[in-house]
Design a protein around this ligand. Structure first.
Ligand SMILES: [Zn+2]
Length: 123
C-alpha cells in the first residue's frame, strides 16, 4: 500500500469513526445553542439590522470606530455618528456597516443587552 492510499484510508477511518462524528456533531450543537442564546438577548430590531448587513459584509457587519473613522470603509465619521456609536450600534453614513465605539464599550454593552456583554463576545 503506498503512502497516498494509507493516508486516504486513515482519513476515511477518522472521518467515519463514530466517536469523531459524534464529537463533531456535539461541537456543532453547542455552537448552535450559543448562537440561539445570544440572539435571544439582542433586541429584534438590532438583529434585523445585523442580519441584513451579514449578506453583504459577512463578518465585518459590525465594526469598530478607530479614532474618528469607520474601520470598515476607512472614511471619517460625523460627530453625530461618533456619538451615537458610543451608545448603540449605529449605521456608518458611508458604507452602511454597523459601528460601535470600543473606547466606550461597557456603556454600549449595557445599552444593547442590559447586562455586560458575555465573555465569548468581549475582547
Ligand atoms: Zn463605513
Amino acid at each position: 500500500m503506498n503512502a497516498t492510499t494509507q493516508a486516504l484510508l486513515d482519513l476515511q477511518v477518522l472521518e467515519f469513526a463514530k466517536e469523531t462524528r459524534n464529537r463533531i456533531r456535539r461541537r456543532r450543537e453547542r455552537a448552535c445553542r450559543a448562537v440561539a442564546r445570544l440572539r435571544r438577548r439582542i433586541p429584534i430590531q438590532v438583529l434585523r439590522e445585523y442580519d441584513t448587513r451579514k449578506r453583504r459584509f459577512g463578518s465585518n457587519s459590525l465594526v469598530p470606530v478607530e479614532g474618528d473613522i469607520c474601520s470598515g470603509c476607512r472614511v471619517a465619521l460625523s460627530r453625530r455618528t461618533l456619538h451615537d456609536s458610543s451608545v448603540r450600534p449605529t449605521e456608518c453614513e458611508h458604507c452602511a456597516r454597523l459601528l460601535y465605539n470600543p473606547t466606550r464599550r461597557r456603556r454600549l454593552r449595557l445599552e444593547i443587552y442590559g447586562v455586560p456583554m458575555p465573555l465569548e463576545l468581549a475582547g
